[in-house]
Design a protein around this ligand. Structure first.
Ligand code: AOF
Ligand code: ZN
Length: 365
């Protein structure tokens, strides 16, 4: 049976997943607390892919501290795994350690696990309680969950605009609409994603770096450019040695070889209404185990992503300015009426320096 105390420990475990935020992909962010008699004995969180899972890290810490965990309660933010992946099953490690009870937050959507971890523990005579605090656990691993259950990554769309929704002046000038705090915050979101996606229009207009600054991370996200006609040139600033995927409909062996020298890989894609098909791109990314995509693009690509129905969450920075004339944030297909609008749902709003950050998610996603 789940007690109030369990909720408190699980919330603490969920907070600890923050340590895996930038590093664990394609694995989910998981944390584990080992508790006995109201005392935290040890804790751990998921390491980089191929490295130990949260449970193993917690058991290691317990060993280092010389504490016996037999009979203790394990709080895990994801059902312990039961399969041999890059690492052995955590369920077996918990059984071997003599876990008294396991409380988990959500079932692992990975079909290789999906309930098997829980049944393995129960068969070994361990009391297992859960799911617990599922909504919070889901939000932390929306990308992993989306890839596993619907076969498409979770897509964030970042936008910066004036209070009247203008992302640039009519002449296209757009730099520094928002202030430094909002811009730094944007780098946290880039850092947690697996891929930072933009369009060739933005690359040619602004020559952006599309890298992670303001946050130190051992795992820079892959860059990606939607470039239907293969207009990307090898001297683009974003080609800084980090892997860059270029999704194009045009083949040009010479250009592709030049781009390959800059670690940019051209991936042929079908067209949809004259542009690279964004759904096909996301399908391809799913095959590459991409959990979270952070799109940061101009009005054209942002509009195409909304039209394709693949935007799960908006990350919008609003500056306290009225620009009046100017470009909108997303050129979507003209709507026949207000009934056609699929509304987003606000999930968070906060002040960052002089600007607002608004998070909103697609209702049924
Ligand atoms: C856990 N604890 O901390 C994580 C789990 O290839 P492997 O061995 O690393 O296995 C990856 C899978 O393990 C991943 O797809 C997911 O199902 C599960 N992740 N499980 O018990 C953890 N990160
Ligand atoms: Zn595991």
């Amino acid at each position: 049976m789940v007690e109030q105390e369990d909720v408190i420990w699980m919330r603490q475990a969920l907070e600890l997943t923050e340590k895996s935020l930038y590093i664990s992909a394609p694995n989910p962010r998981v944390a584990c607390l080992i508790v006995r008699d109201g005392q935290l004995l040890a804790s751990g969180s998921t390491q980089q892919a191929g490295g130990p899972h949260a449970e193993v890290m917690a058991l290691r810490q317990a060993k280092e501290r010389g504490v016996n965990v037999a009979g203790a309660t394990f709080y895990v933010t994801l059902e312990p795994c039961s399969h041999h992946g890059r690492t052995p099953p955590c369920a077996d490690a918990l059984i071997k350690a003599g876990a008294g009870r396991v409380v988990f937050s959500m079932y692992d959507p990975n079909p290789l696990v999906a309930g098997n971890g829980v049944s393995r523990l129960r068969q070994a005579g361990i009391t297992v309680d859960g799911p617990l605090c599922v909504e919070q656990a889901l939000a932390i691993n929306a990308g992993f969950f989306a890839r596993m259950t619907r076969g498409r990554p979770w897509l964030w769309m970042k936008m910066a605009a004036s209070l009247d929704g203008r992302s640039a002046l009519p002449d296209g000038s757009s730099q520094w609409i928002t202030g430094p705090q909002a811009r730094d915050d944007g780098h946290h979101w880039r850092a947690r994603s697996c891929v930072v996606l933009t369009g060739i229009g933005t690359v040619n207009a602004d020559n952006p770096l599309m890298n992670v600054r303001a946050v130190s991370t051992p795992r820079p996200p892959i860059k990606a450019v939607l470039d239907t006609h293969l207009r990307l040139t090898p001297n683009a600033a974003l080609l800084d040695g980090t892997l860059c995927w270029v999704f194009s409909h045009r083949r040009d062996p010479e250009r592709e070889a030049e781009l390959a020298d800059r670690n940019a890989q051209v991936i042929p894609m079908p067209l949809h209404e004259g542009q690279v098909d964004v759904r096909a791109v996301l399908d391809w990314m799913t095959d590459q185990q991409i959990n979270e995509v952070h799109a940061e693009a101009g009005a054209r690509l942002s509009g195409a992503l909304i039209d394709a129905g693949v935007v799960d969450q908006l990350l919008m920075y609003l500056a306290p300015k009225i620009l009046g004339q100017g470009r909108g944030v997303a050129d979507i297909t003209e709507l026949a009426g207000l009934d056609d609008v699929e509304p987003f749902e606000f999930t968070d709003v906060r002040l960052l320096g002089a600007d607002l950050r608004v998070l909103a998610r697609q209702r049924d996603h």
